[in-house]
Design a binder for this molecule. Structure first.
Ligand SMILES: [Zn+2]
Length: 125
């Protein structure tokens, strides 16, 4: 399981971005997670709640966007999403294909709440 170090560096990155944006409380992190990354949402979420304790990101939400596996055929250049386990080109049936998308795990953007500048967001309870 490699979610803990991933989650830690995610926090570093988020805090860095928040600081650059003028500080504030981090409310949501938008993440892109490739199907091939091997990262499991609920583990990241689990560690997230631990590592963010006492930081401006405490209580923030993780918003996972899953990215399908993208492959490209070296023979004819076709881009495709593999169907099941068959990693063959749908156009020329070549098995000379490589992964070009879907193995990423990265932070796309963060939502910040800057209470001293934008005022309080009215949320009832
Ligand atoms: Zn092909």
């Amino acid at each position: 399981m490699h979610e803990l170090p991933i989650t830690r560096s995610l926090l570093d990155l988020a805090l860095h971005h928040a600081e650059n944006a003028g500080g504030g409380r981090i409310t949501v992190l938008h993440l892109e997670v490739g199907r091939l990354s091997g990262v499991i949402d609920r583990f990241v979420q689990f560690y997230w709640d631990i590592v963010t304790e006492g930081t401006p990101a405490e209580g923030s939400k993780l918003d996972f966007e899953h990215v399908e596996i993208g492959m490209e055929c070296d023979g004819c250049g076709t881009r495709f999403t593999p169907d099941g386990r068959a990693y063959t080109c749908p156009t020329c049936s070549s098995t000379d294909v490589r992964v070009v998308d879907g193995d990423q795990f990265h932070l796309v953007s963060i939502d910040l709440e800057q209470d001293d500048r934008t005022g309080m967001k009215g949320n009832g309870t």
